[in-house]
Design a protein around this ligand. Structure first.
Ligand SMILES: Nc1nc2c(c(=O)[nH]1)N=C([C@H](O)[C@@H](O)CO)CN2
Length: 120
């Protein structure tokens, strides 16, 4: 199945389990791969027939910026549910990276989840 993707979506939020983390904003980076059959949009050259990555980005940025989860796991689960429900996405893969959490982990740390049924 085709995919619409959003790579490196950067946002700051309250995130973390420790007391000192509850009083600051920390950077997060989200990568989304979302199943979508793009053939109708391609044939008609029609934005309304596809998954609008700008609309998804705007909604996810708004949601994450106002969130206050402790775990990246909880954030990822809620973002995945939001995207699938509000944009009728049948399957997605979502990576949430917390770049500054572990100083020695230069590529960041976080979670990678897949949710939904992947169309064939
Ligand atoms: N699997 C996880 N491990 C940890 C998380 C997390 O969200 N998921 N969070 C922390 C702390 O908040 C950490 O980021 C502080 O540096 C520790 N482990």
């Amino acid at each position: 199945m085709d995919q619409v993707f959003i790579k490196g979506l950067s946002v700051e939020a309250v995130i973390g389990v420790y007391d000192w983390e509850r009083t600051i904003l920390q950077p997060l980076v989200l990568d989304l791969e979302m199943s979508w059959d793009i053939r109708a949009a391609a044939a008609g050259d029609d934005l309304s027939a596809t998954l609008d990555y700008a609309a998804v980005s705007t909604r996810v940025l708004e949601y994450v910026a106002s969130s206050q989860f402790q775990l990246v796991e909880a954030l990822a689960e809620h973002v995945a549910a939001l995207v699938m429900h509000e944009f009728s996405v049948p399957w997605l893969r979502l990576r949430v990276t917390k770049p500054g959490a572990i100083e020695q982990a230069s590529g960041g740390v976080g979670v990678l989840i897949e949710r939904g049924a992947r169309p064939v």
